[in-house]
Structures are given as C-alpha cells and as structure tokens.
Design a protein around this ligand. Structure first.
Ligand SMILES: Cc1cc2nc3c(=O)[nH]c(=O)nc-3n(C[C@H](O)[C@H](O)[C@H](O)COP(=O)(O)O)c2cc1C
Length: 197
C-alpha cells in the first residue's frame, strides 16, 4: 500500500512561467525547459503560466480564478519557476500568484530557471524567490539554470538556446536535485504528515 505523500511513479511538477507582459521571452525559455523535461520518464510537468492566471490583488482565496489553480498547485510534488529579472527582482504578477496560495506550496522542493537582459541572468530574481518560498517551508535547489544576457542565447535563426548542450546539462543537474528532494520529502510525509508533532 502506498502511504499518503509518498511519490511512487514519476514526480508531478508544476512549471510556473513567471512573466506576463506582451512580447515576453518567457515562452522561449519555458518551452525549451518543458521540451528537455519531457524527455525524462521520471517527471511529469504541468505548465502554469502567470500570463493566463493574472490573479486579483485582493488575494481573495475564494476567487474562482485562484480556486481553479488550487488543485494543480496542491497536487504538485515539486515546482520549477521560470523567472526573468525585473528591476533586480521578479515580476509582480508572479508575486500576486504566489501570495494567493499558502498550504498548496508547503514543504516541497523548488527549482529555478532565470534570465535577464543583463549579466546577472535572473540570479537576483531567483534569490528573492528563495526568500519568498522559505515562508512556505520549501526547499530551494542549490543549482540553478540561468541565461545571462538572454538575447545572446538566440542563434542566428532565432533558436533558443544556442548552446543547447550546456543548458541541458544545467537543467539536468537542477532536475536531478529536485526529484531527489520530491521523493525524499514524499517519503518523510508518508511517515509523518508535514507539521504533525
Ligand atoms: C520592468 C523591467 C525591469 C527589468 N529589469 C531588469 C534587471 O534588473 N536586470 C536585467 O538583467 N534585466 C532586466 N529587465 C530585462 C528583462 O529581464 C528581459 O527583458 C526579459 O526578457 C524579461 O522577461 P520577459 O521577456 O519574459 O518579460 C527588465 C525588464 C523589464 C520589463
């Protein structure tokens, strides 16, 4: 019998696409990551795009737009956030979405894929997100995937990323960590539900 929380089959992860502006690059970055993840048989991704879930600032947890997302976020065993850097942090709509939920995030691993026009490559956005997810007792993966000077990662034909091999190696490292934590936390929760004495 499988205990509650235990991860038996592929890990169910939500890929959170973190920007919402017109003309954004996020679909290129998230699309690449989703294709890499789809080649693994130990992971199933559900893509939640912030642009399709612009939640109200009222943070009304009964709002139907938030309610529709709840089972998808709650059912995930891990998260990967694709996040650009906006003014040394991450985009506001992503914060509103994160703030609209609480227990759904709790005690799960989070991986990060960052990008930005500048040299920081989204690292400052990622480091801020680590602090936010710490509030939910999440574990942030040490290794991250970043695309500094993101426009340099398009090849002459507009394909992203130009260095697919290097990017895939970084994604593998992060995903291997994420899956280890998802299974480890699942096993722990099966023995002792999170928050129980
Ligand atoms: C409001 C705003 C602030 C930005 N601030 C930064 C920044 O601090 N550092 C950086 O490297 N890029 C910055 N950028 C560039 C974005 O990271 C870059 O345009 C990226 O493509 C944005 O993601 P998106 O295309 O998915 O919206 C900023 C862009 C916007 C729109």
């Amino acid at each position: 019998m499988t205990a509650v929380g235990q991860v038996t089959g592929p890990v169910r992860a939500v890929l959170l696409v973190g920007s919402a502006r017109d003309g954004r690059l996020a679909p290129d970055v998230a699309g690449w990551f989703a294709r890499v993840a789809a080649r693994r048989d130990d992971l199933v991704l559900d893509v939640v795009d912030v642009a399709e879930h612009l939640l109200p600032a009222s943070l009304d947890s009964d709002d139907p737009r938030a309610a529709a997302l709840r089972p998808r976020l709650a059912g995930a065993e891990a998260y990967v956030v694709v996040v650009p850097e906006y003014n040394r942090s991450f985009p506001g709509p992503l914060k509103t979405l994160i703030d609209s939920f609480q227990s759904e995030w709790e005690a799960k691993p989070v991986g990060f894929v960052g990008y930005g026009l500048g040299a920081a490559g989204g690292v400052r956005a990622i480091e801020h997100l680590r602090q936010i997810f710490a509030e939910f007792h999440c574990v942030g993966m040490k290794d991250i995937v970043t695309f500094p000077r993101v426009l340099d990662h398009y090849d002459a034909d507009g394909h992203f990323p130009a260095d697919a091999q290097g990017a895939e190696a970084a994604a593998k490292l992060m995903l291997d960590q994420l899956l280890w934590w998802a299974r480890a936390l699942g096993e722990a929760k099966a023995v002792r539900p999170y928050g129980a004495p």
